[in-house]
Design a protein around this ligand. Structure first.
Ligand code: ATP
Length: 345
């Protein structure tokens, strides 16, 4: 049931049981996090504020020392190396551009080993790729936040490091720019063969750019997989609701079937006994029915589809229907679950 799996890539980064407990923290910020990353692979660390994403990233970068655990890059233990000795690229939220250097010189900074003409050409190529041609001579303070962010990206990608760490790199871009830039960055990384770890709390961004997503909750990685795997088979109510929207039901499972208040339904994987279940809003059909036991209590038109909130007894269910369905708030309906439901841990 776990779908397509790309061919395994050579292992680039291996993190084993990383732990960090800050002096004044109640609970560890990061607790036994283990992750593998293949060469050229793009991984998103996804989770709500405070779940330990940034601390994990900072330990990989060498800006924070783990209490326990190891980090290896290309098979070499780098756990206690300083950041500059790790050969890793960074793009952080505050970009850290050199304020006194021009845009071109900022991007050229990591290319000092190249002959000057080559470095300039490479820097200009990177600036063109991030859509900033013509701004070479400006200083960082003469740019918008979004433009500074793109200079920081260009500077990091110019040296094509084997691994790039990115902490919310698109946070200062407007919505349209963000969608475009993240696809460009993905293309740039893939073209350069660089792997990347992206910290984000935005599930749509994680699904759009990452090959795999590690979902974090309270310092732990609770699920890791491709966006499809995690969306189709979330392991818990937390993951189901964090990646997409979900209705959580209960039922009594027996093998590949489960008895619920919506009747006997097929399960996506075998389970037995009392279970919680995830049902995606698009897996529910809404049928107008004057004798129906459910009623529509809310509607949101989204252009390509519509969200409906439907009260069925004590429970409010979220349903997504096509844009064409003409169902008014207040009307009686019948709900039908038309797909496998997912048993949760
Ligand atoms: P956000 O999305 O808000 O940046 P995050 O998932 O990146 O959140 P972290 O920044 O890793 O989370 O923080 C994890 C926990 O560790 C939080 O409870 C935070 O308050 C705590 N923490 C982070 N840095 C420090 C520090 N230097 N000293 C003490 N506690 C810290």
């Amino acid at each position: 049931p776990l779908g397509f799996r790309p061919a395994p890539k050579a292992l680039l980064l291996e993190i084993k049981r990383l732990r960090k407990h800050f002096a004044h923290g109640d609970a560890p910020a990061v607790e036994r996090v283990s992750l593998d990353l293949g060469e050229g692979e793009m991984l998103a660390l996804l989770g709500p504020s405070g779940c330990g994403k940034t601390t994990t990233l900072r330990m990989i970068g060498g800006f924070e020392t783990p209490d326990e655990g190891t980090i290896s890059l290309h098979g070499e233990d780098i756990t206690s190396l300083p950041p500059e000795a790790r050969g890793i690229g960074f793009v952080f939220q505050d970009y850290a551009l050199f304020p006194h250097l021009s845009v071109l010189d900022n991007v050229k900074f990591g290319l000092r080993k190249l002959p000057r003409a080559k470095a300039v050409a490479r820097a200009q190529e990177m600036l063109a790729l991030v859509g900033l041609s013509g701004l070479d001579a400006r200083k960082p303070h003469e740019l918008s936040g979004g433009q500074q962010q793109r200079v920081a990206l260009a500077r990091t990608l110019a040296v094509a490091p084997p691994l790039v760490l990115m902490d919310e790199p698109f946070s200062n871009l407007d919505a349209a720019m963000r969608v475009e830039t993240r696809q460009e960055v993905r293309k740039l990384l893939k073209a350069a063969g660089s792997a990347a770890i992206l910290v984000t709390h935005d599930q749509e961004e994680a699904m759009a750019v990452a090959d795999r997503i590690a979902v974090m909750e309270s310092g732990r990685v609770v699920q890791i997989g491709t966006p499809d795997e995690i969306y189709r088979n979330p392991v818990s109510a937390f993951v189901a609701s964090f990646l997409g929207r979900s209705n959580i039901l209960t039922g009594t499972a027996s093998g590949m079937q489960v008895q619920t208040e919506f009747g006997n339904l097929p399960l996506s994987r075998a389970a037995n006994g009392a279970v919680s279940l995830s049902v995606r809003p698009e897996q529910i059909m809404l049928e107008p029915d004057p004798d129906g036991t459910a009623s529509v209590v809310g509607r949101e038109f989204r252009g390509h589809d519509q969200l409906f909130w439907v009260q069925e007894g004590e429970r409010c269910m979220l349903v997504i229907s096509g844009a064409g369905a003409s169902i008014e708030v207040g009307s009686k309906v019948r709900l039908r679950i038309c797909d496998c439901v997912v048993p949760l841990a």
